[in-house]
Design a protein around this ligand. Sequence first.
Ligand code: GLY
Length: 433
Amino acid sequence: MKVLVVGSGGREHALVWAIRQSKRAPQVYCAPGNGGTAQEAVNIAIGADQITELAAFAQREGIDLTIVGPELPLTLGIVDHFEALGLRVIGPSAAAARLEGSKIFAKAFMQRHGIPTSACLQTDSLDEAVEAARSGRFGLPLVIKADGLAAGKGVVIARSSSEAEATIWQILEAGVLGEAGSKILLEQFLTGDEVSFLVFADGVHALPMAPSQDHKTVFDNDLGPNTGGMGAYSADWILPPEDYREVMERIVAPTLEGMATEGMPYRGILYFGLMLTPGGIYVLEYNARMGDPETQPVLLRLQTDLLDVCDALLEQRLNQVRLQWDSLPSVCVVLASGGYPGEFEKGWEISGLTGIESPRLKVFHAGTELRDGRLVTAGGRVLGVTAKAGTLQAAMDMAYEAAQKIQFRHMHFRRDIGRKGLLKERRAVSPVP
Ligand code: GLY
């Protein structure tokens, strides 16, 4: 069997790795891939957004299944194109991928279907946006979101009304985000615990994955600018049973029903960015794909054959599948290039990887490439050191011990990935009476 993974990040390396665990011993290709996938799959030099070239490759090579990692090709219609050619592919149609591709579409969808989400204003008017920010009608901090895809730069949390005004001006007037920022959402800021909740969806049924939590800012204690994600952990107790039921009944089910009744059944992987507030669980965002870095600790725990799940998804029988998870908590610490998420240099040699992996520890590559046989940095997020162990603390210790052995010039990483989880774990094992 031949499987193609589209994308080049840590998420895609984790997908390649999980597919290679399959009992079917598939041949795996990754387009365009990275320095890690080059060692475990065949990298194909086709960009993730070169849809016609990818489909031609899949036809030529006789690819049996394609799994699409990133959002851009999904919103550009890769799934529609592959399906029109009779190719088997995992991901939503372009219409369904608007849940991620347009924040305004997603918000209006949630409002139509009574899915809990924060109060907001959508506008393309500078005057209206500035007036709303000045009036304080959504309070402070104020969440400002560009409508379209903005490569992780589309959400700003403004702490003062002057910061909000400046951000609105930059997006709507100066056009710093281009077309993605031609419309914006202003949203009430919600406080609570964030949870990443991912499901496999076959248009009708949802099959939930183990919950996880991302760490979005660049510095410890959630300080500094947002990144694509500096680390994540996964453990079952992140979402207690009563919260799990609430999510499935009030958020996941109405989302799938709403998409189906509106004529765009959601097939693929759907990511619910949730906020557990004292007043209930709210949806912060949808993503039309797996999260990065959440995929890395989640897939390290998956014991079910991923290819069996993909078959069930394509045959609309996910209700017959029960996912098996390793009970061990897992954690992924992202090692990043100096300067990231701002300007950073590439091409620094990476060392210290030899012999550090074990059945419980895997280093997933993101921004790496093999150059003349040497592994060098090639992106902002470089590696995701991912470990699982008997306790979250033990998994953190394992990941950090391995991270200390890895070196590249100007490497930096957060030292507190998983710490929030330790507090949750204490609450989960000793509930307040
Ligand atoms: N980790 C958040 C995302 O993948 O968008």
